[in-house]
Design a protein around this ligand. Sequence first.
Ligand SMILES: Nc1ncnc2c1ncn2[C@@H]1O[C@H](COP(=O)(O)O)[C@@H](OP(=O)(O)O)[C@H]1O
Ligand SMILES: [Mg+2]
Length: 273
Amino acid sequence: MNPPVGDGAFARWLAERAGRLLLEVRAELGHADPAALKAAGDKRAHDLLRTELGRWRPADAVLSEEDDEARRAWAEASGLPAPSRLTADRVWIVDPLDGTREYSEQGRADWAVHVALWARNGSTPHRLVAGAVALPAQHRVLATDNPPGYPPMSSGAAGVIRLAASRSRPPAFLTGLAEDVGAELVPMGSAGAKIAAVISGEVDAYVHAGGQYEWDSAAPVAVATATGLHASRIDGSTLQYNEADPRLPDLVVCRKDLASRLLAALQRHIRVT
Ligand SMILES: Nc1ncnc2c1ncn2[C@@H]1O[C@H](COP(=O)(O)O)[C@@H](OP(=O)(O)O)[C@H]1O
Ligand SMILES: [Mg+2]
């Protein structure tokens, strides 16, 4: 059967298929050898995304976490040829398995598949014109073709902000930031799962710093902004995608009404760390 024609519905279709495959791989291999499960999940989902993008969007470029060259920051001085994505009009930025660590841990549902489309002439925020985040173990896919409604206030106690952060690599300033704004920390794996938690109102914000790549945030940021949420670097500047250097080390995604307060607090804490 042919996939949907529109890019947003296509992104949803693709993320859902890769997610289904990841569930099958998890069931097939089990959790006895976590390293083998991580490697198989990364590879099988990447191969599926690459194959289907090549088949259905052959004219577009792709930036995938699992490509050998993906982490190389291209510079003219290197003498190496520029990757085709740097001159392409449309680039699919994909993370075949975000939250690889959590995927390998039995019972955890905080892992995701990210499929985003960046367009040079895109007029949507961050030039992300389509995106989908599949959360296979949560039985849901969030995508820009039918974006979720703006979230209700989070389930936290009155006045307490629920702040999602990496469970394994939280930024050093996070505890101080949380104290400053009166937030309760909610540790969670996967950037996609954390941004999905902001989108669904389970938490109010997600803050990360210290390292990440474009594919970790492109698709979830596309859905979050289509929903009406705030997304930026932690200094308030715009998130830029399809850069020569794919590192995009920090971000904040939060409810619009929290953005100025959180960014002001971040200014204080970035400066001292
Ligand atoms: N300091 C860091 N440097 C590089 N990547 C990081 C990072 N901290 C988090 N990430 C990446 O961001 C994603 C979410 O991380 P976390 O679960 O810790 O919040 C993970 O993607 P992958 O699982 O695709 O590798 C992880 O590798
Ligand atoms: Mg990732």
